[in-house]
Design a binder for this molecule. Sequence first.
Ligand code: TGC
Ligand code: FAD
Length: 395
Amino acid sequence: MTSVKTDLFQAPDYYILDELLSEEHILVRNAARDWVKKKVTPIIEEYSEKAKCPVHLYKGMAELGVLGPSLPIEYGGGGMDEITYGLLMQELERGDSGIRSMASVQGSLVMYPIYRYGSEEQKQKYLPALAKAGMIGCFGLTEPNHGSDPGSMISNIKDDGDAYILNGAKMWITNSPIADIAVVWAKDEDGVVTGLIVEKGMEGFSAPEIHGKWSLRASITGELVFEDVRIPKENVLPGVRGLKGPLSCLSKARYGIAWGAIGAAMDCYDSSLRYAKERIQFGKPLAQFQLTQKKLAEMITEITKAQLLAWRLGVLANEGRATPAQISMAKRNNVWMALQIAREARQIHGGMGITSEYPMMRHLMNLETVLTYEGTHDIHLLITGMDVTGLNAFS
Ligand code: TGC
Ligand code: FAD
């Protein structure tokens, strides 16, 4: 039996969607695909089992151009289009959702807000270093008592002359224990959400790790705790006020997840197809049983639909026309699709499916987080509901 340690991945492209891509798209995607085969597959099961983040991969990710791929070259970004960004996230998540998370957070939730809302000094100071992974960042929005409803956050800043005094706490923050900087969202004295760049080592700031996760184990997660932290005023993001600041960054990251989830699904499908052809029961390959064919046929159908959704969203994003609600639909649909496929794929592999010889169980566990972060499955449903009815279920 072929194990996942030798990576034989072949990407399904049932509707020949490669014909919709440019040569550059394919070149960049294939480079990422090769990198994942060489650098991620050989180590990911072990890192995941040990609940360790392969932080050393950040340098290679920077060289590959997956940190801020669609941000301008002058600030260290890749200067590529939104479809390239999506394809890169797809390939990384084919390796592991935690690896894609490393790129999502650094590129879309740390570099993007500094690029979009930061001062020129902030851009020069942080963006090139973040793009090269000389600096690692994290994004603090969620609080212990305010997850789906970040507008009710209690983290706050008070004016103190040339600085603000920050108090509060953030929870479930990808990268926080290893981060050099945190983009943190807190309310000012008028109750308006404000973005701040908090640096490691600032007095009163700590970032303890959260242990005991059964999901996204190759990604490091922690808290952010602020006890009278003095933040110089030049560390405030001057270009935005209000909740739309963090939510616009989420749109960028959710878009990447809509593509990323396809990668996890493709990996599960590919492994299942190979296993079903090789594994003999009752004197014939599993793939010859109608029930197995139903599973595989439904998987490739759902993957193809998700690929088309992501591609069309990419075209709209390139034209600056992708709406937050369209992004919500794609994130929700594609993550759910990937989770269902991971479950079916696990079944096709029988008992072997629960082991680290094959990637399904890891993807399955990871996707439970992906279904929850960046807005839960139900929150995205309600965003779609609000968009089509014009009626707000949140208030
Ligand atoms: P609401 O009144 O609807 O909106 C406030 C303002 O924001 C605007 N807006 C957006 N702008 C850009 N992009 C979006 N996606 C936007 N969504 C809303 C909106 O137009 C409004 O603007 P303005 O000018 O009128 O002020 O806000 P609400 O308080 O009613 O909340 C709505 C809701 C529930 C949809 C929103 O809060 C939400 O999306 N909740 C989910 C929270 C979430 O996604 N958290 C993610 C935390 S970060 C994370 O999980 C990173 S994981 C990283 C990894 O490891 O990959
Ligand atoms: P809650 O908001 O308490 O929701 C619990 C349940 O209630 C969900 O099923 C939800 O859908 C449902 N619910 C809530 N409101 C409604 C409603 N109005 N109607 C119907 N159902 C509702 N956050 C960051 O800021 N930065 C990060 O880097 C980050 N990384 C993360 C990494 C991991 C591994 C995880 C697990 C989370 C991360 N998050 C991060 C936090 C993530 O965004 C939140 O977990 C998510 O937004 C949900 O918030 P919550 O966990 O507080 O759940």
